[in-house]
Design a protein around this ligand. Sequence first.
Ligand code: PMP
Ligand code: GLU
Length: 402
Amino acid sequence: MSGVRLSPAVSHLKPSATLAAAAKAKELKSKGVTVYDFTLGEPDFMTPENIRKAAVAAMESGHTHYTASGGIIELKKAVCAAYLRDYKLEITPAQVLISNGAKHSIHNVLASLCGPGDEVIIPGPYWVSYSALVELTGATPVIVDTTEESGFCMSADQFRHAITPRTRMMMLNNPSNPTGAAYPIDKLKALADVAVEKNILVLSDEIYEKLLYTGAEFRCFATFGPEVAQRTILVSGVSKAYAMTGWRIGWTIGPVDAIKAMDNLQSQETSNPCSISQYAAVEALNGPQASVEAMRVEFEKRRNFVMDRMRPWRQKFGVTFAEPGGAFYAFFNVSACFGRPLAGGATVSNATDFCTALLEQSHVALVTGDAFGAPGYVRLSFATSLETIQVGLDRIEAFLAG
Ligand code: PMP
Ligand code: GLU
């Protein structure tokens, strides 16, 4: 320890648990061990060829300098055109801010709109970074626990009861990381009605908007009418739908004055997101969309395979779960296995120890639900090959069997 004094905001900050779990799996791999890695939520597919080519063309034509801090106008227009095409939502480029991935977008929104004394309602289980990024602003996360029986969807009544005079915002993630919950449209509409009635801002993180399965439908939150749109800040990006996690392009859509404030912040903090990635993202949005559906179909096959394998675990091991309607995660409760011998004689008493023992014994890497405010649960990302999934599930089953 060097004894450097950290700022109060950062001194309590934990590293992202998903990235930490992935790093742990990588470390084991670097020692020559074959690890069945289900930690990271990132598509394993190549970024489609038309997008890669657009990036090369951008470099060759000299788009290798600073751009406007909030992104190039071509990309803002492409975002507007995509929302009109996909959701019939009319927005203008002044309502769009391009950032370094959706995580950065979320940070910009929270840092610009929330501060000490504010409360931010977050349905739990929630994505790791939500609570950390809220706390970084000095605001207080208010977690509303949802249940497996409700498909991990927060009800309008739960939302209403969590609201206090200090409530500034509600953060919604539909489809959800880590639960895979895809809100039925009537439940989503009921939340929108409460937001209007109580005049609460909603940060709607729709990064998994293109990844829905078995007939689940997606509805963009801002499309419930002008009163809802006025109170909605949409966040999304190219990472998941176009297999572009490394390119770091996300966006925020919201009221012009709020977007302007976020652009000011970004201009001081990071300047523009990567110029080349922005041109590639223009092609992702404006170019052919067939690859998005092709990848979704593959994810659906994997999802169905995982569910078919896991359903008997309910009876066999007391494992419980709600079947995911979107994103690419299986989220299951393994607490019935706590305190009884697992493979290799290991006994565990919580999900974090479960993941550690599973990695050590069986070389399978999952993320503990403790990171998502869901003790007893573990998350398996099925954004990896069917072969890996097949062997990985065999190993988890053998581990559970003891
Ligand atoms: N929101 C959710 C719910 C996520 O799972 C992720 C995962 N990466 C992000 C935002 C951030 O995405 P990006 O890679 O665009 O920063
Ligand atoms: N969102 C992904 C996940 O949850 C990527 C990791 C991260 O950004 O935390 O695995």
